[in-house]
Structures are given as structure tokens and as C-alpha cells.
Design a protein around this ligand. Structure first.
Ligand SMILES: C[S@@+](CC[C@H](N)C(=O)[O-])C[C@H]1O[C@@H](n2cnc3c(N)ncnc32)[C@H](O)[C@@H]1O
Length: 180
């Protein structure tokens, strides 16, 4: 089974906690298998995401503190492909077919502040979601939706404690029975 992971770069402790949490939540909801927060440990974000995964189910990994360069190099050495999301990259519609045709694991890299130029060289694809600056959360969401071809609603999140029941007029949540 191919793995789809997100590498969150440039995370600044506390200041970026909310946005990094949103990167993780978006990655999880839209089909990624996990997030690596580069360079800085953030046990608070890790705990928040683990709690969401425990309540709502699914197998989602979260780790923080591993250096970004080592993460990307290890990924490539293991045969995985690297997609760097950047406003300066090639247009998503022009490269998505090539990305989707590639075999193997995919690491999607998103930044926070200015990215080191080396990331552009290490990536297999530098991909833009429009050539306008935007939020890394939005760019990640659009990329995952295109990459997984709008199938996020089909994803199953097993072993959660609760499940949201879609409703037209109220907030409805069902408690799940263990093993169901
Ligand atoms: C708020 S932006 C800051 C970028 C920074 N000013 C720079 O020049 O590298 C944070 C991250 O969002 C992502 N991003 C922003 N705009 C994007 C776009 N149009 N397409 C793809 N990714 C984008 C990139 O991963 C970027 O590192």
C-alpha cells in the first residue's frame, strides 16, 4: 500500500501551532496517512491530533522534530517521490497526471515562511495551486483533492469512538461500539 505523507516545514512553536494543527487536520480528513513536523518538536500539536484520531478513528501518524533535509533525503533514498507545494511551481493541472501516474510513496511538502532554495532542487515536482500566494492549508487541501480524485468522502476511519451523522438541520454524532 502506497503511503501519502505531509512534511510541514518552518513550524514555529506556539506562533504556528494553530495553522500547523490545521495542516494536520486537513491532511487527515483529505486522505493523507500522516504528518511530519520538521525540525521542532511540538508535543501539544501532536497530542491534539492524536486525540482527534482517537475520537474520530483512522490510522494517522504524527511526529515532530525530525530535520527537514534528512526527512526528504531519506524519503527519496527509499524510492519515494516528493511534491513541494509552492506558488512558484508548475501549474497543478499541468503536472497532476504525471504525479498520479508515478508509483511509490508521496511526500507533500508545505512551508510556513520563506522556504530554503534547496527544497526546490530536492523535490521531484514543484507544484503551484494557482501562481498566487495563498495559505498552505488551502494549497494542501486542493492538492490532496486533485491527487486523490475527489474521493475523500469514501475514506473509512475505523476504530473511532464517535461518528458524525450527516444532517441537513442539526449536529448529530453517534457513539461507536468497539470493533464496529
Ligand atoms: C503562506 S506561504 C509563505 C511562502 C513564502 N512567502 C515563500 O516565499 O516561500 C506558506 C506555504 O504555503 C504554500 N503555498 C502558498 N501559496 C501557494 C500556492 N499558490 N501554491 C502552492 N502552495 C502554496 C507553500 O507550501 C508555502 O511554503
Amino acid at each position: 500500500m502506497e503511503r501519502l505523507m505531509v512534511l510541514r516545514m518552518g513550524h514555529r512553536f506556539f506562533r504556528d501551532s494553530r495553522v500547523t494543527t490545521h495542516v494536520c487536520l486537513t491532511a487527515r480528513a483529505l486522505g493523507a496517512d500522516g504528518v511530519i513536523i520538521a525540525d521542532r518538536e511540538d508535543k501539544t500539536v501532536e497530542a491534539t491530533i492524536r486525540e482527534v484520531a482517537r475520537r474520530f478513528g483512522g490510522n494517522f501518524s504524527i511526529e515532530s522534530g525530525k530535520p527537514w533535509r534528512e526527512t526528504i533525503r531519506d524519503w527519496s533514498d527509499d524510492g519515494g517521490k516528493v511534491v513541494h507545494l509552492t506558488a512558484y511551481g508548475l501549474r497543478l493541472p499541468d503536472v497532476i497526471q504525471e504525479v498520479n501516474n508515478a508509483t511509490g510513496d508521496i511526500l507533500v511538502v508545505v512551508g510556513s515562511e520563506k522556504m530554503p532554495g534547496e527544497v526546490f532542487k530536492l523535490a521531484d515536482w514543484n507544484v503551484s495551486v494557482t501562481n498566487q500566494p495563498m495559505s498552505e492549508v488551502a494549497a494542501l487541501a486542493v492538492f490532496l483533492d486533485w491527487h486523490l480524485q475527489h474521493r475523500a468522502f469514501d475514506k473509512v476511519f475505523p476504530n473511532g469512538q464517535v461518528e458524525i451523522i450527516p444532517s441537513s438541520d442539526q449536529k448529530q454524532v453517534r457513539q461507536r461500539v468497539a470493533g464496529a
